[in-house]
Design a protein around this ligand. Sequence first.
Ligand code: MG
Length: 398
Amino acid sequence: MHVTAIIAAGGVGRRVGAAIPKQLLEIGGRTMLERTVSAFTSHPRIADVIVAVPAEVAAAPPSWLSRHGSVRVVAGGLRRQDSVAAAFDRVPAASDIVLVHDAARPFVSADLIGRCIDAAAAFGGAIAALPASDTVKRVVAGDAAPVIDATLPRESIYLAQTPQAFQRAVLSAAVELGRSGVEGTDEASLAERAGHAVRVVEGDPANVKITTPEDLENAQRKSAPSLSETARVGIGYDLHRLVSGRPLVLGGVTIPFEKGADGHSDADVVCHAITDAILGAACRGDIGVHFPDSDPQWKGASSVLLLQRAAGVVREAGYDISQVDVVVILERPKIAPFKDAIRRCLADALGIAIEHVSMKGKTNEGVDAIGRGEAIAAHAVAVIQRSSFLRSSFIVHR
Ligand code: MG
């Protein structure tokens, strides 16, 4: 069975409020038209696609459209039926089934396309439609507001979508009727008037038509990249020996204790673990790469400074730091009284709000070197997010 799809994209759709035809507006980085066309070019049962676009677009089609082997571009007309008629002239003679789909429905599913093809093959003509879920009122003009004339039986009301699919001869009769001067808002109404029964197949609520600025905004929100495409996670770990005669510095805060962490810098395990976590999330190496032991400028340096610098590296790589969480493992002393001061210091170094910095303490239950009080360790997790995400994904551009 040879199936051809016609995409009606000839209108200018100014109701959406943009300066360019609405089918050329972007949703999640691809134009509406591109999304719609690719739903058909990628469908295993569609042999060819004919796209009716405004004449100026047909004269210089976008490269993604013109380089697609199975796509033909034609200049559409003023009315939808004129565009479909122009496209129908290019339908191959071998075509058994022809689908007509509105470019303003970019979320059409492969299943729905398949259902329409099957029904048209079986019955001659079929359209996707949804049963009305609200009570339907017929109204007449009133003095101040419309007045209800009748409440229609909801069971008999269906809201038409596209695709609308037809055996070639049926669509041919509909197109001829349209050419003879009869007006129809869709191909099904012309086919009906040409004497053909048109069936209804179950439409898809997700197959929305984008008509108003609100529709476009909703579609863009729906198509925004998911968290996994924009957020990244990093992990960090650090351990230092505890020795006498050194201050115990955690997250930039000096904690009174008889021992401190031994190390090249101030041996702040909290800052070191978080530094590795944020660098890791951005895939920008680790603390040793950016602040090597061999470099005298880091000898005795405050690790808060290293953390600040690492946060700068992450930002330069195009990310914002969303959140960090750290767990410190030490037997003594209790760090709970210093927790908020540490979080404050870390938040300042990272340039984020304190609500996005979490820290907790654990003991090692007397087990191993940490349990014997010979060492202190910290584990950290950081979440970072593409800084351009929020700014770019909701902007409409060509
Ligand atoms: Mg360290």
